[in-house]
Design a binder for this molecule. Structure first.
Ligand code: NAD
Length: 475
């Protein structure tokens, strides 16, 4: 029998074990990649206690030293990119090149975030009085993360939290805990014990985290449905919460675009990571005059994409990450078939051994606005193309959703593009661009896509409480 690796949790600077186990499945082969601990409430208590103790001294560590630690973490991640990327492919399914990109981008994010400093704002400085606003860390932050970007998304939380002087307990997705277990182990040579702990478990662990009285703040990324439960769970102990939730982002393609340039960009805006990106383009509105040409060019581009095991050379899209999500995406496609909708491209070849959670690229030709493929977030390779005529009409249809994460406009007319972009009810809007973020940009869902901010100075400050300090100069 094959020897299946075991990766322990990390608590208080050391590997930490417990009796029960969880299996991590490779979505391309359905084989077990590794087993990890399934934490009990007592294990979570131990992690929180360790982080509480560490907070007392970490909050006193000067900002420059915290910044240096984050840069050292970036170096350690970069030094181990090959090992980490292979593990990421095995647990998540994405192609090896994409896995390396996620890990190296995470290291870049660490380095850039470490250039930020908590500001001290002087509101008044007279002979009589000085008034300034400082920012104090909150305490123990719990980071709860999903399976689509198992390294970038949790690190985004961990790094900003510890830069601001907090300590962290990370709960990764039960589907993809492995690469962050390794990264957390690497971090132990850099950070004092307890500053960064990681606990693994299944979906019962999440509610224990949100209700835990020793945790001060929850930074959550995941679905809108779970986000509601997180907020409810955090209410009894009045925890601060940031919720980065689902999206159903629209892209508007105006009729002046150069199709050769824009079609590949829209394809990757929609299908990168197999559509499993919160801010992927999930509804494409194409203007009348170019609709057929755009549709046929997108289908032709899609036909030459190679789908398969992320470790196979030349593969561009991997499997859906886990079985429940695979079943959800298949059900959405089934519903579209039952509704009699037209599919543009239904003949993409899939790996032939019948293993793995593979779904072909599925483009739906001008479905009605109330079709489930339009109104729901697929989080898979399913994309509706929708025909529109005027700018006023399209922006109304774009905003007719409970979501408000991101969106894009594609045109040679920058002024017209900007005018449309400004009307999006969404946290990030791009003109002739997609999926572009920097660590200095605030990322925040509007409407049901979230509460609070991740990234940027706004995101850093969310890991703090402001303190107004008033000093009367004459005693
Ligand atoms: P999910 O909501 O099922 O799970 C996210 C995390 O929450 C996991 O770690 C899970 O174990 C945990 N969890 C589950 N139930 C919980 C509970 N009751 N209390 C606390 N934690 C609980 O989401 P997913 O399927 O892992 O990820 C896909 C979703 O995430 C999509 O909707 C996607 O749009 C969204 N997402 C959003 C962003 C963003 O930044 N806005 C980024 C990536 C993904």
């Amino acid at each position: 029998m094959k020897n299946i690796p075991y990766l322990p949790m990390i608590v208080d600077g050391r590997p930490y074990d417990t009796d029960q186990r969880l299996q991590v499945i490779n979505p391309a082969t359905e084989d077990v990649v590794a087993v990890v601990p399934r934490a009990t409430r007592e294990d979570l208590d131990a992690a929180v206690e360790s982080s509480r103790i560490a907070f007392a001294s970490w909050r006193m560590v000067p900002m420059e030293v915290r910044q240096q630690a984050v840069v050292a973490l970036a170096d350690a991640i970069t030094d181990h990119v090959e090992m980490l990327a292979k593990l990421l492919v095995a647990e998540q399914g994405k192609p090896l090149a994409d896995a390396k990109e996620e890990i190296l981008n995470s290291a870049i994010m660490c380095r850039l975030a470490a250039t930020m400093t908590l500001p001290v704002t002087v509101l008044e400085d007279t002979s009589e009085r000085r008034v300034e606003v400082r920012h104090l860390p909150l305490g123990v932050v719990a980071a709860i993360s999903p399976w689509n970007f198992p390294v970038f998304l949790p690190l985004w939380k961990v790094v900003y939290a510890i830069l601001a002087g907090n300590t962290v307990v990370l709960k990764p997705s039960p589907y993809t805990p492995l690469t962050m277990l390794k990264i957390c182990a690497l971090a132990q040579g850099i950070l004092p014990p307890g500053v960064f702990n990681i606990v693994t478990g299944d979906d019962e662990l999440g509610p224990w985290v949100t209700e835990h009285p020793g945790i001060d703040r929850i930074s959550f990324t995941g679905s809108t449905a779970t986000g509601r439960k997180v907020m409810a769970g955090a209410s009894a102990t009045l925890k601060r919460v940031t919720l980065e939730l689902g999206g159903n982002d629209a892209a508007i393609v105006l009729d002046d675009v150069d199709l050769d340039v824009v079609v590949p960009r829209i394809f990757w805006a929609a299908f990168s990571n197999n559509g499993q990106i919160c801010m992927a383009a999930k509804r494409i509105y194409v203007q009348d005059g170019i609709y057929e040409r755009f549709r046929d060019a997108l289908a032709a581009y899609a036909r030459q994409i190679r789908i398969g095991d992320g470790m196979t050379e030349g593969v561009q899209l991997g499997p859906i990450q886990n079985r429940p999500q695979y079943e959800r995406v298949k059900a959405l496609i089934e519903d579209a078939k039952m509704q009699g909708l037209t599919f543009v491209n239904w003949d993409a070849p899939l790996p032939s051994d019948g293993k793995g959670y593979f779904i072909p690229i599925t483009i739906v030709d001008n479905p009605p606005d109330d079709a489930r493929v339009v109104t729901e977030e697929a989080f898979g390779p399913v994309l509706p193309l929708l025909r529109f005529t005027t700018d006023e009409e399209v922006i109304e249809r774009v905003n007719d959703t409970a979501y408000g994460l991101a969106g894009s406009v594609w045109t040679k007319d920058i002024q017209r593009g900007r005018a449309l972009a400004e009307k999006f009810e969404a946290g990030v809007v791009w003109v002739n661009e997609a999926l572009y973020l920097t660590p200095f940009m605030p990322f925040c869902g509007h409407k049901d896509s979230g509460i609070g901010v991740e990234g940027g100075m706004e995101g850093l400050l969310e890991y703090t409480n402001p303190q107004s300090l008033v000093i009367r100069k004459s005693a």
